[in-house]
Design a protein around this ligand. Structure first.
Ligand code: SAM
Length: 276
């Protein structure tokens, strides 16, 4: 039984119509931060690709593809395509399920939905306090998502899907951040951590790339005892709240707020602020 107070907020916010939005960083702006997702060695842009002495990463419509090399063989025609008989280990199986999810779910699909706009209101209140260089992990459409921030923020996003190509971002995975250690002022998982299979590794990566004192924001659904797969179509994880808080133990946690989600009994939204 959940004993926490769950707030039923009615205010809505549409990030597409926001009067303020974060400044979108370009490839030139972020290139000093970039490293290989595999070797973690620095990479430089030569006008066509990002490379170092032994590795090279391509571009997709002006967005660098900085996926780990194990993914590259599965990328065809802007899509992750994993043949069933190639699934040699758990990582390939993860990519197979990711490819199914990516082919079925549209990015920021719900932006007209009242519940998405209530979520945006809650997130934006916390994110308006972020400053400096901020990475949005699982950004979806940067054009939409950066409407949650103020112009004080220098914003860039990562997302592994190829369908969110509206504005510059890195095509990359949370578990293999192609970002140098201690380079960011903030990192955000806005309803994305429960889509990331190895979320412990993603949080280790988040910790690594934050500067000391850098800020973390996680908005996620958490599930109550009545969780079951029949009630869901897209999430890898049905976090229980204590499980999520345990995964965040390396961060010092500040505010934790809980919000009603679609009047569901089996889950609610949790909004967590933390610091490295
Ligand atoms: C529900 S959407 C959230 C999009 C956006 N942040 C928002 O608030 O509207 C979840 C996002 O997580 C992304 N995602 C899935 N697996 C990921 C991974 N391993 N690393 C980073 N992002 C991932 C998906 O592609 C999708 O864009």
């Amino acid at each position: 039984m959940n004993m926490h107070k769950i707030i039923d907020r009615q205010e809505r916010f549409d990030p597409r119509t926001s009067e303020t939005r974060a400044q979108l960083l370009s490839l030139a702006d972020v290139s000093d931060f970039l490293i290989s997702p595999d070797s973690k060695l620095p990479i430089q842009f030569d006008g066509h690709s990002l490379k170092n002495a032994s590795e090279s990463f391509g571009m997709e419509r002006a967005c660098p593809v900085l996926m780990p090399h194990r993914c590259m063989r599965y990328i065809q025609d802007n899509r992750l395509i994993v043949p069933l008989d190639y699934t040699l280990d758990a990582f390939d199986q993860y990519l197979l399920i990711s490819s199914i999810k990516q082919n079925q779910v549209d990015i920021n699909l719900e932006v007209d939905d009242e519940w998405y706009q209530k979520h945006s209101f809650n997130a934006q209140k916390i994110l308006s306090e972020f400053k400096g260089t901020v990475l949005d992990v699982g950004c979806g459409s940067p054009q939409v998502s950066r409407g949650l921030f103020t112009p004080d923020v220098k914003y860039f996003g990562i997302d592994p899907t190829f369908s969110a190509l509206d504005e510059f971002h890195l095509i990359a995975m949370a578990e293999f951040l192609p970002i140098k250690d201690a380079s960011l002022d903030g990192i955000v998982f806005s309803t994305s951590l429960d889509h990331v299979f190895d979320y412990h590794r993603a949080l280790d990566e988040a910790y690594r790339v934050l500067k000391p004192g850098g800020r973390l924001f996680v908005a996620s659904l958490v599930w109550t005892e009545s969780a079951e797969l029949y009630n869901d179509s897209v999430h890898f994880h049905h976090f229980r709240e204590d499980e999520l808080m345990l995964a965040l133990k390396r961060f010092s946690i500040g505010e934790v707020a809980r919000y009603n989600w679609k009047n569901n009994k089996h889950r609610y939204g949790v909004y967590i602020s933390g610091e490295k």
